[in-house]
Design a protein around this ligand. Structure first.
Ligand code: AMP
Ligand code: MG
Length: 652
């Protein structure tokens, strides 16, 4: 089937699966319809004192009512002179001037003119008297005591004088509508005496989370509950984009309660943003409520975006109502991509500047046909230009958003981007912040202990977890400074060193005990040594294992333990030591392989298996970089060795 055909099929197929996605719109179409339903509209304007307008957008241009400075002003302490009188003055040829009988301090209006052959003492900030056209610094003069002064340097006309209106001239437009008021703008307004400005009133935005599973931060988590992430993040992002956000908490998935909460929120606010509850098919209620809140109602429900397909956009009696997808990353993407432009317009702010940089992909990225896909990436400096590593942990991962520098867009008609592709990265910030230290490879809790002192010394570090083998590949391509690895060479029985390519050197890290974890008291495993424990697991048909992802050092260990056996649970392959412990502790599995500190923290039984060497492949050519030296120093410092030991690792 051609890609085009697939696209055309999408709405009907989606409609079959989920009744509410009657029409799936493209991102552009959805945004255009949403904007057309909301604009043009007058921005609400209020007048405020500049100090109380911090962060607001000016609704009108500011025209300067007075000259700044208001008079010709001296910029140094010294003497106001006629430059023509001292044209010939030098160290060897002092010119004598008669002193006028006044001293001009700040705030003192001059009474006497500076006539030819005279000078007037003047302080920084004083008004330049009539007749004078330059100031000579006091350092280049010598008092003569008898009402005269000797000048030892010539001056050009206008020297050390700020002319009236040279900073801001009366009638000039100094600040334009749409400018966000910060401390610098407040300073300009004060300098020209303005104490009231017209600013756009912040739209009052109500934020609600939905879901029976949600708990607010600070409260204990029950079984199967999660913390409400969207509430906090949407509230902050609304504030960042000119809205006056009010977080109203979370509402359970109960139609009556939800409707009450939504009606109350709309009554007191100009806009409502919800998250969750749009992707559940038959159980979904929010869109039904939205369609009864006012006209024209739902503008778009279902947008061809990944992440973010279930987004719902509505306008209810002039007020925008948005239901963001539940997954935090999807919620943030759709918020930034489709809601921020509208919110900023409502707040009188200019569009957010988008900065993009060119980079290339270190690996292939698969993509779904028929949806514009956004992939968040971390940028590192490679051999030739920037390299964009996907931060992908799935659409539920909040860290993908927090740790990313920007995102790339994969067009709806592409099913993948090959490794090495040149991509455009749209940045979350105005400029690229390439970290001082880049660590790509296997991750270990011990690493945090080494990075701590670096952060204290102001080095920024980026850790990208791609497993030992991925780290070695990145190190060979020169994309990182260090690749943490823990790889056992079966032939030699040696760790790590046999895997180094030319240009890489081994820096010993620490030892950590890998072992089999089981729930304490599980009679199948208690008291056995590792190989016997695995056999015991294999012998019990009800026993479930949890594996690790391909490419991880732990997986190699597991595969060598299992040989050809593929027990139940083998295909459950999480990406971290912690996930293995959580699976066993939460009874999703009965045994797995993880490291001792993680097993102890989870309160699990632990059967030692291998004393693993967690070391670093250092890119020799990057050894002398300051952040790398700092890392190496930290690694061998007493402070870090002690911290590692306390965390359950044994420094090499
Ligand atoms: P839903 O659209 O309500 O089915 O939610 C989709 C996924 O997002 C589920 O895993 C929810 O638990 C999760 N989710 C929904 N709302 C939030 C929230 N406010 N914070 C964190 N996760 C959420
Ligand atoms: Mg939900």
């Amino acid at each position: 089937m051609s890609a085009r055909k697939k696209m055309a099929d999408l709405p009907s197929r989606a409609a079959l699966r989920q009744e509410q996605f009657l029409t799936i719109l493209s991102r552009e179409e959805a945004l255009a319809r949403f904007e057309a339903a909301l604009f043009p509209r007058a921005v609400a304007v209020e007048h405020r004192r500049p100090g109380e307008a911090l962060g607001l957008a000016l609704a009108e241009n500011v025209v300067v009512p007075v000259d700044v400075p208001p008079f010709d002003r001296a910029n140094v302490d010294g003497f106001a002179v006629r430059s023509a009188d001292i044209e010939e003055a030098s160290e060897g040829n002092a010119v004598q001037l008669e002193l006028n009988a006044e001293t001009i301090a700040c705030g003192v209006e001059p009474a006497l003119p500076v006539r030819a052959g005279t000078a007037t003492a003047i302080a920084t900030g004083g008004p330049v008297p009539r007749g004078a056209d330059a100031i000579v610094m006091v350092e280049h003069s010598e008092p003569l005591g008898s009402g005269a002064v000797e000048i030892r340097r010539s001056a050009f006309p206008g020297q050390f004088v700020s002319h009236a209106g040279s900073d801001m001239a009366r009638g000039e437009t100094v600040l334009r509508a749409g400018t966000v008021i910060g401390s610098r703008e407040i300073g300009m307004l004060a300098a020209c005496g303005v104490n009231s400005v017209a600013v756009a009133t912040r739209p009052r935005v109500a934020v609600l989370s939905t879901g029976d599973e949600l708990v607010q931060p600070g409260a204990p988590l029950g079984p199967a509950a999660i913390y409400d992430t969207n509430g906090a993040i949407v509230t902050a992002a609304v504030l960042e984009n000119g809205g006056d956000a009010a977080f109203l908490g979370h509402v359970p998935d109960d139609e009556a309660k939800l409707e009450r909460a939504m009606r109350d929120a709309l009554a007191g606010h100009d806009m409502l943003i919800l998250s969750g509850g749009t992707s559940k098919g038959a159980g979904d209620v929010t869109h039904r409520i939205v369609s009864q809140l006012g006209s024209p109602g739902i503008i778009a429900h279902g947008v061809a975006l990944k992440p973010g397909k279930p987004l719902c956009l509505a306008v209810c009696d002039g007020k925008p109502v948005v239901i963001l997808p539940g997954f935090p990353t999807s919620a943030m993407f759709t918020f930034h991509d489709l809601i921020v432009p509208v919110l900023r317009r409502l707040a009188g702010l200019p569009p957010r500047p988008d900065t993009a940089v060119e980079a290339h992909l270190p690996l292939r990225i698969a993509s779904e046909l028929g949806r514009t896909e956004f992939v968040m990436v971390s940028l590192v400096a490679g051999g030739d230009g920037l390299v964009a590593y996907p931060t992908g942990k799935g659409s539920g991962a909040i860290t993908s958003f927090a740790q990313a520098d920007g995102f790339i867009r994969i067009e709806a008609l592409a099913d993948h981007l090959p490794a090495g592709s040149a991509v455009e990265v749209r940045l979350f910030s105005r400029e690229v912040r390439v970290p001082d230290l880049v660590v790509i490879g296997s991750n270990c809790l011990g690493l945090d202990r080494i990075l701590e002192p670096l952060a204290r010394d102001g080095f920024s570090a980026r850790v990208i977890s791609v497993g030992s083998l991925g780290g070695l590949a990145a190190a060979r391509r020169g994309e990182c400074d260090l690749a943490p690895i823990h790889l056992l060479d079966e032939k030699t029985g040696r760790y790590n060193a046999p895997f180094l390519a030319p240009g890489l050197e081994l820096v010993p890290g620490w030892r950590r005990l890998q072992g089999i974890v089981h729930r304490a008291g599980d009679a199948r495993f208690e008291g056995l040594e590792a190989r016997a424990a695995v056999l015991a697991g294999l012998a019990d048909p009800d026993c479930l294992m949890v594996n690790r992802n391909q490419g991880s050092g732990t997986r190699i260990l597991i595969d060598s333990l299992l040989g050809a056996a593929r027990p139940d649970g083998y295909f459950n392959q999480p990406r971290s030591h912690s996930a293995v412990a959580a699976a066993v502790a939460g009874r999703r599995a009965d045994w797995g392989v993880t490291i001792e500190p993680v097993a102890r923290a989870a309160g699990l039984g632990f059967i030692p298996l291998a004393d693993e060497h967690f070391d670093f492949a250092l890119v020799t050519s990057r050894k002398d970089r300051p952040a790398v030296s700092a890392f190496l120093a930290a690694l061998s410092s007493d402070e870090c060795r002690k911290a590692l030991e306390e965390a359950g690792f044994r420094p090499a």
